[in-house]
Design a protein. Structure first.
Length: 450
């Protein structure tokens, strides 16, 4: 449900404005069919960027710091290829990577949002002009660049890469964080690990959630007055310069997934969680996909959930079809389970969840009509996938090699052929991660019919 006008928002109570912003973001995210590809590998291959400086502590963020225009160019490459969701260059942005420089850390996060939003809006403006807008360029700029119209271009997701990525040792592919009590050296319990990871993600999430790109710095917005800009910022309206959702991506373990889901609720931002998986059944940590879905059920089995999608990324293409099937079935099981049944199915995780988390399903003491009404408000999480290209990554040498099947002379499907399988298995949105280039995204667009 799109807002009718910016002026309407000025007179709304702040709670209603927040609801309109969430509705707008939810609608835009639910319209996403094609996600972008591998930002880092596009920077390396198309822009000859070296991401290995500082031992890879910042990865793509190092390019954002020195040459933000290259990151914007890479974003635009994927939008031109047909994607309708961009993920910000914040996957490996951490306070640790900035050696404790909080000012630089926060400035980088804001810069990443600005760059992604510019790429999305530039394409939107170009699309308006190329679509045969007979009223001329000035009118097209007004149509897509004024605060009276909400952003209808590519959705922008704020990347919350895993804690393991900041360690720069490949721990996001194992989930082995070795978190211990600083005093006793005893390994943290599940609940303690959730708390640690939530605290770690909070700083980055808070900046991404609150930042609103200055409207005058965006395409077609030169005529916006300072007063209008201040009013827009103050209202926090569902306008142009914000991220739409959080991307809790390459998540290797259940504890981190729960921490991210809690962050979504704390910041009142929509978000998705995408797992890094070692095979067709388990997360990188070795935990089963079904257990992960059960642990997250309290966050999506309720009205107006902030957790809007689950998926897999940075995973071998050959196992994704099976993972989509498991995700789909596990979500269905959780959505249809009674509260007592859920607690029984996920008892190993309910004991370790925060005590503030409880089952949000309709109470069995409600009338049948109340249950049906409540269930209608629950939207099943979308299933999203954006795996690697099919090449194999060596985390020790940080290099890519041909897939085992290719080296053995076996038949390897094209990325588009894989995408067709994922779509038929139940995926709602498809993109790519490492080594997935714009031409791969073009193949995906052909498959999904965008």
């Amino acid at each position: 449900m799109m807002s009718n006008s910016f002026s309407d928002l000025r007179t709304m109570p702040s709670v209603e404005v927040d609801n309109r912003r969430l509705d707008d973001a939810r609608d835009r995210f639910c319209a996403v069919r094609v996600i972008d590809g591998g930002l880092a590998t596009q920077l390396e291959t198309a822009y000859a960027c070296d991401l290995g400086g500082d031992n890879g502590a910042l990865w793509s963020t190092s390019v954002l710091e020195k040459n933000p225009e290259l990151v914007e160019g890479a974003h635009r490459d994927f939008v031109r290829a047909g994607c309708n969701m961009l993920i910000t260059c914040t996957y490996q942005t951490s306070l640790r990577g900035f050696n404790g420089d909080r000012s630089g850390f926060e400035a980088s996060l804001r810069r990443a949002v600005d760059v992604a939003v510019r790429a999305a809006l530039a394409h939107e403006q170009k699309s308006a002009l190329s679509a045969g807008d007979r009223s001329g360029e000035a009118d097209a700029s007004k149509q897509v660049g004024t605060p009276d119209s909400l952003r209808t271009g590519a959705c922008v997701a704020g990347s919350l890469g895993p804690y393991g990525a900041c360690l720069a040792g490949g721990q996001e592919y194992t989930g082995e964080y070795a978190l211990t009590n600083e005093v006793t050296g005893v390994p943290l319990s599940f609940a303690q690990e959730v708390t640690f990871l939530k605290n770690w993600h909070r700083d980055r999430a808070k900046v991404l959630a609150e930042h609103h790109s200055a409207l005058n710095s965006l395409p077609g917005t030169n005529n916006i007055t300072e007063q209008e800009q201040e009013e827009d910022l103050g209202l926090g309206c569902p306008s142009r310069g914000r991220i739409d959702v959080f991307a809790g991506e390459t998540c290797p373990k259940i504890a981190e997934a729960v921490a991210l889901a809690e962050i979504f609720e704390e910041t009142k931002m929509l978000g998705y969680i995408s797992f890094q998986c070692r095979d067709g059944e388990r997360l990188a940590s070795g935990e089963k996909m079904e257990d992960a879905v059960a642990a997250l059920a309290p966050f999506f089995c309720k009205e107006s959930a902030f957790l809007v999608a689950l998926g897999v990324n940075c995973t071998a293409v050959g196992v994704v079809e099976g993972l989509v099937g498991r995700l789909k079935q596990a979500i269905e099981n959780e959505m249809s389970a009674e509260p007592d049944q859920e607690m029984s199915q996920a008892k190993n995780y309910t004991k370790r969840r925060s005590p503030t988390i409880s089952s949000p399903r309709p109470s069995k003491h409600k009338s049948a009509q109340e249950k049906v009404s409540c269930m209608k408000e629950m939207q099943r999480p979308r299933i999203i996938v954006y795996p690697n290209s099919g090449e194999e990554y060596d985390p020790e040498t940080k290099t890519w090699h041909p897939a085992s099947e290719a080296k053995a002379g076996g038949l390897v499907l094209t990325y588009g052929e894989y995408a067709r399988k994922w779509l038929h298995a139940g995926a709602h949105a498809i993109g790519g991660c490492c080594r997935v280039m714009p031409h791969h995204i073009e193949e995906v667009c052909t498959v999904v019919g965008t």
